[in-house]
Design a protein around this ligand. Structure first.
Ligand SMILES: O=P(O)(O)OC[C@H]1O[C@@H](O)[C@H](O)[C@@H](O)[C@@H]1O
Length: 214
């Protein structure tokens, strides 16, 4: 039985892929790089170290990665702040899970500043028992580290955890961690998802009871 639920952040707590596409392309333009918007979705779920190295070259330093990530993510937070809202049905599912004694974590490749931004702007921080983010692990998704750390912080075994994920890198990370997966079809249409135990468009389509019996 599922004892802990791990929510990916981007595309799951919030439906924000359009904001990451917009800000990534604006950042590229500011550096004189012409990056096609339709290719940004190949980065979803990955960490900034892998993303910026695949765009700027494998030989950029860790300091450069940090500098680029700070620039791009500050722009993302500034642009997204006026319209940010939780994915439909999220708050009622979080309340329902807590009422059933299920532990709840965030498992995100993003930097802690972005996780803090989403949890605080959406007013959902009190629902979470644990946060596992990209600043806390050596390797981001599709490596399983982020989800394994989330399970450890909840004092649960990986097989007791279920992950909500919208990205393919994230689904792979959850499977490599030995966890159940509910795909959330926000960033990619349902037909493009291949590996899941259940699939939803948003949280209004499910309940805590359904989730813990998967
Ligand atoms: O693991 P998550 O919450 O989907 O976050 C990953 C995202 O983190 C963001 O910081 C990156 O800019 C995105 O490009 C990346 O996809």
């Amino acid at each position: 039985m599922v004892k802990g639920v791990i929510f990916d952040m981007d595309g799951v707590l919030v439906d924000n892929s359009h904001m990451h596409i917009e800000t990534f392309c604006r950042w590229c333009t500011s550096k004189g790089i012409d990056f096609p918007p339709e290719k940004v979705n190949s980065f979803f779920g990955m960490g900034n170290s892998d993303i910026f190295r695949s765009v700027m070259g494998l030989d950029i330093t860790d300091e450069q990665v940090l500098e680029y990530a700070e620039e791009k993510e500050q722009l993302y937070r500034d642009l997204y702040s006026p319209t940010i809202k939780p994915l439909a049905g999220l708050i009622s599912l979080l309340q329902d899970l807590r009422a059933k004694g299920i532990k709840i974590a965030v498992g995100s490749s993003a930097m802690r500043k972005n996780v803090d931004f989403v949890l605080d702007e959406c007013g959902i921080r009190p629902y979470f028992d644990a946060i596992s983010d990209g600043d806390m692990v050596a390797k981001a998704k599709p490596d399983p580290s982020i989800f394994l750390l989330a399970a450890e912080l909840m004092n649960l075994k990986p097989e007791e955890c279920l992950v909500f994920e919208d990205s393919f890198a994230g689904v792979e990370a959850a499977r490599r961690a030995g966890m159940k997966v509910v795909a959330v079809a926000t960033s990619f249409p349902k037909a493009q998802h291949k590996d899941y135990d259940a699939i939803i468009d948003d949280f209004s389509e499910t309940s805590a009871q359904e989730i813990i019996s998967i």
